[in-house]
Design a protein around this ligand. Structure first.
Ligand SMILES: Cc1ncc(COP(=O)(O)O)c(C=O)c1O
Length: 356
């Protein structure tokens, strides 16, 4: 089976972990600091704050922006559930705005209608590694004085008119094992705002600046140096990983004919965390997926149930029809696009998908 994802773990990653073990300093320490410094450089921002996960990064970023009970945060329903859950953790309410079928991302033309006096922030999600239309979103945020918290969990290295994901607002990244750059588990917050960075650092570590003096209620959302050591090595490979993903996606895009393939607009630097096709026209997605799996092609459905239709979320946000997201959730299949695919894998994927 060609796996849908395959973390790259080379000698350098193994040696980096061993060096941390040998050092005896396992918790958040010098490697984490170095990883933060390098991550900030890669994103073109002043600060990066390492966390224990992407979910923790989103949670802290929202809290640092003062999002709390009674507030509303606009986001997309077509995402991993952590985007919306992080809003709920602050006791604010997610307000879901439908997506654009061509990009899978939040449709900026629908955002203004969702703004109320309670709206505090917009959380665009750069799904599959494709940055949202940030000029349009920025204009709305500026007009209404809203914070932007980017869920860039899938989009490390992605660009929009030469600006990096995570540099438009407060960026939140995941370093989960299957991400384009990974540390096993982990996350990162990126910002140019000194005060916000400081707040995130405190919230991450029980509200501490001085040891055992707690200035605010915080969490233990720290990264270990074991994770940071892996992440540092991976970050050095980011350009190489991204180039390979782009070559693979281009190969698939120019040869797959049986289904709707993803498009990339001018000015967008997609990093292809996922390569996602749509099985439309009344065809059964489950049948198509089984056919691919039986032929040895690993697949993923990201995501089969939009956030607003998850049972507990429905109780919070009510019955909101979001037709595009609901349709996409029934049609999408992600195919392997990771850097470890070889030529025969790619040819096999093309051949089997074209049989659908
Ligand atoms: C879009 C999106 N948001 C948030 C997250 C949460 O990240 P983590 O799994 O590191 O908590 C993920 C990770 O899967 C994601 O893909």
């Amino acid at each position: 089976m060609i796996p849908i994802s395959k973390p790259f773990i080379g000698e350098a990653e193994k040696q980096a972990v061993m060096a941390v073990l040998d050092s005896g300093m396992l918790a958040q320490g010098p490697r984490t600091a170095k990883f933060e410094e390098r991550f900030a450089q890669v994103c073109g921002v002043k600060h990066a704050i390492a966390t224990s996960s992407g979910t923790a990064a989103l949670h802290l970023a929202l809290l640092a922006h003062g999002v709390g009970p009674g507030d509303e945060v606009i986001t997309t329903p077509f995402t991993f559930i952590a985007s919306a859950n992080s809003i709920l953790f602050t006791r604010a309410k997610p307000v879901f705005v439908d997506v654009d079928a061509a990009t899978f991302n939040i449709d900026p033309s629908l955002i203004e209608a969702a703004i109320t006096p309670k709206t505090k922030a917009i959380m665009p999600v750069h799904l599959y590694g494709y940055v949202c239309d940030m000029n349009a979103i920025q204009a709305i945020a500026d007009k209404y004085g809203l914070a932007i918290i980017e869920d860039a969990c899938q989009a490390v290295g992605a660009t929009y008119h030469d600006k990096k994901a995570g540099s438009f607002g407060t960026g939140c990244f995941s370093l989960y094992a299957t991400k384009n750059v990974m540390s096993g588990e982990g996350g990162m917050i990126t910002t140019n705002d000194d005060g916000l960075a400081q707040k995130c650092r405190m919230l991450r570590n029980h509200g501490m600046q001085r040891r055992y003096y707690h200035d605010m209620l915080g969490f233990n959302f720290r990264m270990t140096d074991l994770c940071a050591a892996i992440g540092l090595v991976q970050l050095d490979r980011l350009d190489e990983f991204t180039a390979k993903r782009r070559t693979n996606a281009e190969y698939l895009n120019t040869r797959i004919e049986s289904v709707i393939t993803p498009t990339v607009k001018e000015g967008y630097g997609h990093v292809w965390h996922q390569y996602t096709i749509r099985v439309d026209g009344g065809r059964d997605r489950d049948v198509a997926m089984k056919q691919l799996n039986d032929a040895g092609i690993g697949t993923g459905i990201f995501y089969p149930v939009p956030a607003h239709q998850q049972e507990y979320m429905r109780e919070i946000v009510g019955d909101v029809p979001l037709k595009v997201a609901e349709k996409l959730a029934k049609e999408v299949i992600s195919l392997p696009v990771h850097p470890q695919l070889n030529q025969s894998d790619l040819d096999m994927i093309v051949a089997e998908v074209n049989k659908l």
